[in-house]
Design a protein around this ligand. Structure first.
Ligand code: GTP
Ligand code: MG
Length: 213
């Protein structure tokens, strides 16, 4: 298993729609979540680069699907998906994007897992539950990042995590869905996230071995 160096991440390409994404070889992990949840910030913190993925105070900043490569051959990728639920986007556009997202979760061969980001102060909103349902239906792993943990006190942070984990257990999806707290501002939770992503990206690292038995 080759070790993943997140710091070597580089911008690969932007796609205006999921149909125009790079070839489905290797492995990728997608970052999804409501607008302003902190997707771009988390990618920057993860890769220790301040401006790899653009961040903004204006929700809906990321409108394109941005691909970042972690290795030289771009066979390990991070994907920054546009935020959903952005109020100013017309309903028809939202619906279209939702359909695309569920299709992406079902069809994308190279997708190893989904990082689903939620502001820890507003976890498990309607869209978040929808994403989890789509992912589970597609047998896709999900790792929930409760972001902006620096905004809450430690006790409240812990309680929110326990609550989310309990909800997943009760929904019988805890085998596919894990969760952790995270702060892009403070850097809390980076190691934990890196460990999860390394595991996911390595799973499809040597496809030549899968047929070898
Ligand atoms: N306090 C705090 N603020 C954060 C954190 N992560 C992100 N933010 C702020 O939240 C805002 C949105 O962050 P982005 O990373 O741009 O969010 P995004 O999910 O990529 O948003 P879209 O691209 O619009 O979907 C910015 O003002 C960030 O500085 C965090 O861990 N702590
Ligand atoms: Mg963004």
């Amino acid at each position: 298993m080759t070790e993943i160096n997140f710091q070597t991440a580089r911008f690969l390409t932007s796609a205006p729609s999921l149909r125009e994404c790079p070839p489905e070889t290797g492995a990728e992990v997608a970052f999804a979540g409501r607008s302003n949840a902190g997707k771009s910030s988390a990618i920057n913190r993860l890769t220790q680069s301040s401006k790899l993925a653009r961040t903004s105070k204006t929700p809906g900043r990321t409108q394109l699907i941005n691909y970042f490569a972690l290795d030289e051959d771009a066979q390990q990728r991070l994907v920054d998906l546009p935020g959903y639920g952005y109020a100013k986007v017309p309903l028809a556009t939202k619906k279209k994007w939702q359909a695309h997202l569920s299709e992406y979760l079902r069809e994308r061969q190279s997708l190893s897992g989904l990082v689903l980001l939620m502001d820890i102060r507003h976890p498990m909103q309607e869209f978040d539950s929808m994403m989890i349902n789509w992912a589970v239906e597609a047998e896709m792993r999900v790792h929930i990042l409760l972001t902006k943990a620096d905004k809450l006190k430690r006790g409240a942070t812990k309680n929110t995590l326990l609550q989310v984990q309990k909800t997943m257990k009760e929904a019988n999806v805890a085998d596919l869905v894990s969760a952790q707290t995270f702060s892009s501002l403070k850097g809390d939770g980076v190691k934990e996230l890196q460990a999860v992503l390394s595991g996911w990206l390595a799973l499809q690292d040597s496809p030549d071995l899968t047929e070898a038995t």
